[in-house]
Design a protein around this ligand. Sequence first.
Ligand code: PMP
Length: 445
Amino acid sequence: MTGDFGRALPRLDVPPPGPASRAFAERLAAVESRNVTFLAEDWPIFWSEAEGSNVRDVDGNVYIDVTSAFGVAFLGHRPHALVSALEHEALIHGMGDIHPPARKLELLERLASIAPFAGAKTVLANTGSEAVETALKTASVATGRPGLLAFEGGYHGLTMGSLSVTERAHFRAPFSPQSYEGVHFLPFPAFGREPSAAEVLHLAERAFETGGPNGDPIGALIIEPVQARGGARLAEPGFMAALSELAHRNGVLVIADEIFSGLGRCGAWFASERVGLVPDVVCVGKTLGAGLPISACIARPEVMDAWPASTGEAIHTSTFLGHPLACGAGLRALGAIDEDRLDERAETAGHHLMTALGEALGTHPFVREIRGLGLLLGIELRGGADGAGAGMGVAVARRLLQRGIIAQPAGDRGEVLELTPPVVITTEQCAYTVDAIREVLGELV
Ligand code: PMP
């Protein structure tokens, strides 16, 4: 690694993907399920190293990563505090639910200290989907009512249980015969769009009375305080508080899926605080391990204590639960967010980026809306296959790669360009990104 790698502007030695990435893609096609990695003439690049906001590929090209690699690298890639600490970790693997690593306890105590309710109790897991599954099981155990309420455009994961509350047909259709059928989906009342928050609240009230589509009574709802993969969508102000109040009046638990939005990215420990959502259960992941896989389902003590005490064979656990390296990473990440006030920095950086985007693109004919909270931003586009933006986020992301920017589309129809950079992104990197988006949109006119 040289010089300013981490804070650098893009430097492309060869047009991406270069010859090394292309050769890797060919080999990959022979050994990986073809459903996993999208392969095309102009996609993907293979990564070799990453630091701060920069990624280097196997051809030596340097990029700015405005995705934080699925929102994970909020602290930046390969954060120094984490790397130096991991070198000194003496325990690589333990027995999470039998003879726990000491680090597990430390992380659980730390999570309890930041949770949005007193006395929080937690189940650790490895991925976001697993944290969501744990939350769904917890709610079912606590309420005895398996039915669920979830929202269109929400993304909660793709494992069987989490898929049951992820609404997008693309993911669900092939597996619908195996999927739980007690989930009632409601439209997400996106700010400034139809239906209104009042209409959705009315629908929620009716659903609480009638139950899920299979007649199961509803015990919990799951919602992202800010829809992330749904396209950085915020609900109409007041909706989240009213929904929480309505749920609690009906004895329905509120599960906040903060896997993307939580732990600083939206300008607070939890985006729920910012939008008025009052959760009983909170799921976090992504940022938590600063690059190592770890997630958590955190609940109010009276909710979590609905689980029976383990008699030696826990009814919900997993091999890597409380993994000491991942717990160590979690402690470092939470420590850095706290000490360096990364939530406040995300808010300031997000505000600057949003302002710069507004100035450069606000009146562009292809730009429908620029929105988000903290460093979870999205640009909703017009035009495209259906004239209403379909595929435009995809087209822009592909062209941005040619300019040295790693970006991802979002939204049900790929109509949004998502911007969720690391909090360490520099002003120059932001300015470069905004210029590149403007140029790419110009090419598409
Ligand atoms: N919930 C949200 C809000 C997410 O953004 C994601 C991942 N994008 C998940 C759950 C699933 O997490 P994972 O991919 O780690 O299973």
